[in-house]
Write a protein that binds this ligand. Sequence first.
Ligand code: HEC
Length: 140
Amino acid sequence: MMGRISILTCLLLVTVTAVMAQTKKPAVAAGRLAKGQALYKQHCMSCHQENGSGVPRMNPPLIKTEYVLGDKNRLIGVLLKGLNEEVEINGDYYSNPMPSQAALKDEEIADILTYVRSSFGNKASAVAPADVKKVRATIQ
Ligand code: HEC
């Protein structure tokens, strides 16, 4: 009788642990986010503002835009190549050129984009240095 109860308890514990492990979020390392935020302030904030709101008709917002939340490779490309085309976001048009940020290291770009994709109300997956490396190889 005792033996059966401990086996059941054991099974229950194993199940609970397994469920907990599954629901645990794959949190982005806090260190990477802090680095990304510091780099954002240094390299992006002057144009896109601290809260990602941008400046109407001059510098577009980074809040839930298709560029920020969409295809990672395109987003990485914007940083590596800069952007010089007419961009429409929420009915506003932007045509000032964005200078290339290619002088930043792969890891720095990954940290900035991971920060941007999980801040300002954005919820998108992290960007890895290897993702940046791959895109850089196609344009240089
Ligand atoms: C000198 C000002 C300036 C700086 C610095 C700058 N940007 Fe931009 N950014 C712009 C402008 C202007 C555009 C629109 C370009 C166009 O219309 O072709 C833009 C476009 C973008 C876009 C695509 C449009 C959107 O709003 O989703 C993203 C993403 C972006 N920038 C992210 C960044 C990040 C991240 C950094 C820092 C590494 C940065 N930018 C630095 C001015 C800047």
